[in-house]
Each structure stands twice: as structure tokens, then as C-alpha cells.
Design a protein around this ligand. Structure first.
Ligand SMILES: NC(=O)c1ccc[n+]([C@@H]2O[C@H](COP(=O)([O-])OP(=O)(O)OC[C@H]3O[C@@H](n4cnc5c(N)ncnc54)[C@H](OP(=O)(O)O)[C@@H]3O)[C@@H](O)[C@H]2O)c1
Length: 449
């Protein structure tokens, strides 16, 4: 048997605690899979006086990053503290000390991928990050290894379990957004400050990581257009349901080579001929769509490959066990030596890797759901349809309920369009919002079919 692989855990909270437990409880299983023992040698935390799982040996715990990183019996540093400041320093220090790195930190990869991966290549060490996207779902390996014969043409993912939990509760139990968020917080699915989950930022970080692997594109999070679910009105969930649709927060990547009408269209390619549009937004999916049926805090990713066709990956996207399971899989890959080979071959976040260019999501063609609150008087509908027609957008269907008894108060008007380019649709939207009859800004979503 090969020598023991020594591990330092920097961070021992939800995920780090789970990793420590697997390493300490399942040593024999891991050694047989890795062909060598995996030993937890150091644990670094912020507050060493905190009460932790009794299985964790107190003598391993300290607050000393440098001592853990430079310990000669440590071969891999596992960064599980989160954030982008101390975490980045820990990762770069570990690489320059000649240690492999495992991290679950999508924000750090999306923010500083170039710097970290160049440092790893220079140090001839690997950085593994299966847990950074969709927790326990092996999407990083699927994209980077199992689908390696393909050019991915599109990705559609439910990448934020908190948002999916809230949307499921709103749709199935008729909850308001605020009540569903409170329930998510009570059950531990949402942080006390849920902003990054519900405003689409977390999904954008994860999409940036997937886009690097699938398209070689180094998208900074701010380059990804995003709308979250934090402004979603329960009224739209009800109207969507009436029309036969479920609203899901999707992270999507579109090249110009997608089959079917929805997606970025191929004409007008760049010189390299390869562009991808990236966005995160609530999308209306038919109740029967595979992704529409992903409920609660689960994640799922639909990947379209040019050879394989469509494949779907689904599972728990967060939490102690699922995320720690992916971290430990990375540790086994390093112990076996697989990770070092795939890391060197993949050239991720490399300036030498000429990936796709990012294209604004304005080029994506979609059908749209448009909900207006308008004064209930003659001529309003004519104004709206004329503005849409001016942008060559035709209407597929319309829903308007009878005005309330009180009369005179604004009424919701829901319009579903045929396919249109997002840019043209948004131009029409701006004009509609300027109509004197518009009682509130129009609300719109893409339709997934
Ligand atoms: N939670 C999930 O389900 C999940 C899923 C996928 C990815 N992730 C990612 O995994 C990472 C960790 O998340 P988590 O949920 O496990 O976080 P967490 O529960 O808040 O744990 C963070 C840990 O880091 C320690 N820590 C914080 N600042 C530190 C510092 N400056 N020096 C040393 N230790 C420090 C904390 O110490 P104390 O224990 O002393 O406070 C704690 O042990 C994040 O990047 C997150 O995005 C999490």
C-alpha cells in the first residue's frame, strides 16, 4: 500500500464537520477505494472553544493556518471556510507550499479562478472542486470527464436549493414568498441572510464554474445576467399554473447549436465562431418537463451534448452529508493520482485555453410570459398589442380575469408570446411600462418551451 495521504481541514462547520466525520468513521472503506490510508492530521477553525461533534479529536484543532499548511505530514489542504478573502490566501499559500487543494467554494472559483489555477499549474498541484456546484451531485466529473467526447451545447440547471424549496412551497402550498422563506430558514435550508441564494448570485457563481468546464469561458459573476426569485409575486405562480407551467429558477448556458427553437441562435458568430449566452432567471417550465418536477431543496442539471444528446443529473445540492461526500471523493481521486492527471489535462481557467466568448443574453430567443397591471378601460389591450407588433412579437395566448367588484382598480393581464429575441422583447417592455395605463412595471419571464 502507498504512503498515507495527510489532510488538513481549514474550516470545520457544516461541510468540514461532515468531511471530518467521514474520514474518521469510514477509514477502512476509504483506504480500500484509494489504495492508501487517508489521515486527518489538522483542523483549523475560527473559534476553538466551540462545541463540536465528539468524534473530532480536540488535539487536532487549532487556529493556526500556517502551521497546518506547512506541516510536512499534510499533503492536501481542504478549504471549507467560505468567502473570498481568507479562503483565497489559504488556497494560494497551500499551493505555494506544494499541497493539493480541495474546495467547495464556488464564489472563490468564480472570482479568482485564473489566479488560483495558474498558481496550481505553476506548483504542479491539483485543485479539486466537485462540491462547489450542486453539492452531492457529481456534475463536475460528468462535464469534465464522462462527457469529454462531447461539445456541450446547452446547460439548464436548478442550482440553488433554497430558491427551489421556496418556489415549491409557494406553488404547492400556496405560500407567499415571505412565508416560504421563513419556512426555509426554520428548516435550515436558508441562511439568516438569504440574499445570495434568492437574488440569483449563488446560482450565477455555480454557472460560472460550469461554463468554465463546458465552454472554457472565464465568466466573472457580474457578467452573468441574473434575476432572482426575491421579487416573485405569488400571483405569477398561480397564473403560470393556470397556463400549465411551473416557475423554476434556472441557470442557463446557450451556444448557437441547440436543437429546437428556444435558445441562442447560431447566426452572426464571432470570428472564433463560438459564443455562449449565460443567464440566471425564473423560467416557466411545462408541468411535465423533467426540471419542473424537481421539488424542494434538490438540484438538477440538464446537459445537452452534441454526441450524447440530453443527460440529467439530480440530487441533494447542499447539506453536510451530500457536500462532504463530494469533498471526500476528491480526496480519494488525489490519493489515487487521478485528480493530478485530469487537472493537468483540463487546463481550466488557463489563458492558453481559447474558450467561447460571452454573448449578452439579449440574443436568446424564447417565448415570454408577460404580466401587466393595467387600468381596466378601453384601448389598453390595443396599445399593448401594437407595441409588441412593432417589435415583431406575436401573441400566443392571453389571460384576463374579470375586474374586481370595486371597479376602476388595475387588473392583471397575462400575455404569452410566440418566439422573440430577448432584446426586442425588452425594448417592447420598456415602451409598455411608459404607457399611462400601466399601473406597475410589467413582470416577465422566459418560457422553457
Ligand atoms: N453548507 C452547504 O451545504 C454547502 C454546500 C456546498 C458548498 N458549500 C461551501 O462550503 C464552504 C463551507 O460552508 P459551510 O456551510 O460548511 O460553512 P460554515 O458552516 O459556516 O463553516 C465555516 C467553518 O469555517 C471556519 N472559519 C471561518 N472563518 C475562518 C478563518 N478565518 N479561519 C479558520 N476557520 C474559519 C468556521 O470556524 P468556527 O467553527 O470556529 O466558526 C467554521 O468551522 C463554503 O465555501 C460554502 O459555499 C457549502
Amino acid at each position: 500500500m502507498l504512503d498515507t495521504l495527510g489532510i488538513a481541514l481549514i474550516g470545520c462547520g457544516t461541510v468540514g464537520g461532515g468531511v471530518a466525520e467521514i474520514l474518521l468513521r469510514h477509514g477502512d472503506r476509504l483506504a480500500s477505494r484509494a489504495g492508501r490510508p487517508l489521515a486527518l492530521r489538522r483542523i483549523v477553525v475560527r473559534d476553538p472553544s466551540k462545541v463540536r461533534d465528539p468524534i473530532i479529536p480536540k488535539e487536532l484543532i487549532s487556529t493556526d493556518h500556517a502551521a497546518a499548511i506547512h506541516d510536512p505530514s499534510v499533503h492536501v489542504v481542504v478549504e471549507l471556510i467560505g468567502g473570498t478573502t481568507t479562503a483565497k490566501k489559504v488556497v494560494l499559500d497551500a499551493l505555494s507550499a506544494g499541497k493539493h487543494v480541495v474546495t467547495a467554494n464556488k464564489a472563490l472559483l468564480a472570482d479568482a479562478g485564473h489566479e488560483i489555477f495558474e498558481a496550481a499549474r505553476k506548483a504542479q498541484r491539483a485543485v479539486c472542486f466537485e462540491a462547489a456546484v450542486a453539492g452531492g451531485v457529481p456534475i463536475i466529473r460528468a462535464l469534465g470527464e464522462s462527457l469529454a467526447a462531447n461539445q456541450v451545447t446547452a446547460i439548464q440547471g436548478i442550482l440553488n436549493g433554497t430558491s427551489n424549496f421556496i418556489l415549491t412551497a409557494m406553488a404547492e402550498q400556496g405560500m407567499t414568498y415571505a412565508a416560504a422563506l421563513a419556512e426555509a430558514q426554520k428548516l435550515g435550508y436558508a441562511e439568516a441572510d438569504p440574499t445570495l441564494d434568492v437574488d440569483g448570485s449563488d446560482a450565477a457563481h455555480k454557472l460560472a464554474v460550469l461554463a468554465q468546464i463546458a465552454f472554457g469561458v472565464a465568466a466573472r459573476p457580474h457578467e452573468i445576467q441574473r434575476n432572482g426569485i426575491d421579487t416573485l409575486d405569488a400571483m405569477d405562480i398561480r397564473f403560470a399554473d393556470e397556463l400549465g407551467y411551473t416557475i423554476k429558477l434556472l441557470a442557463e448556458a446557450w451556444t448557437g447549436e441547440v436543437e429546437g427553437e428556444r435558445g441562442r441562435q447560431g447566426e452572426g458568430e464571432s470570428k472564433s465562431g463560438r459564443r455562449v449566452a449565460l443567464h440566471v432567471a425564473p423560467v416557466l417550465l411545462r408541468h411535465t418537463d423533467l426540471l419542473a418536477q424537481v421539488r424542494g431543496a434538490y438540484n438538477a442539471i440538464l446537459v445537452h451534448g452534441d454526441i450524447v444528446g440530453e443527460t440529467l443529473y439530480q440530487g441533494p445540492g447542499a447539506g453536510r452529508g451530500p457536500t462532504a461526500s463530494s469533498v471526500v471523493a476528491d480526496l480519494i481521486d488525489i490519493a489515487v493520482g487521478r485528480a493530478q492527471c485530469t487537472f493537468a489535462a483540463a487546463q481550466l481557467w488557463s489563458k492558453a485555453n481559447k474558450g467561447f466568448e460571452i454573448e449578452p443574453a439579449e440574443r436568446v430567443r424564447s417565448r415570454f410570459y408577460l404580466r401587466l397591471l393595467v387600468a381596466d378601460k378601453p384601448g389598453v389591450l390595443a396599445d399593448v398589442t401594437r407595441i409588441l407588433a412593432d417589435e415583431q412579437i406575436s401573441i400566443s395566448s392571453m389571460v384576463q380575469h374579470e375586474a374586481a367588484e370595486s371597479g376602476g382598480s388595475p387588473v392583471p393581464l397575462v400575455i404569452v408570446t410566440h418566439y422573440a429575441e430577448t432584446g426586442r422583447f425588452k425594448a417592447a417592455l420598456a415602451k409598455i411600462n411608459r404607457l399611462a395605463s400601466a399601473a406597475a412595471p410589467a413582470v416577465f419571464f422566459s418560457m422553457g418551451d
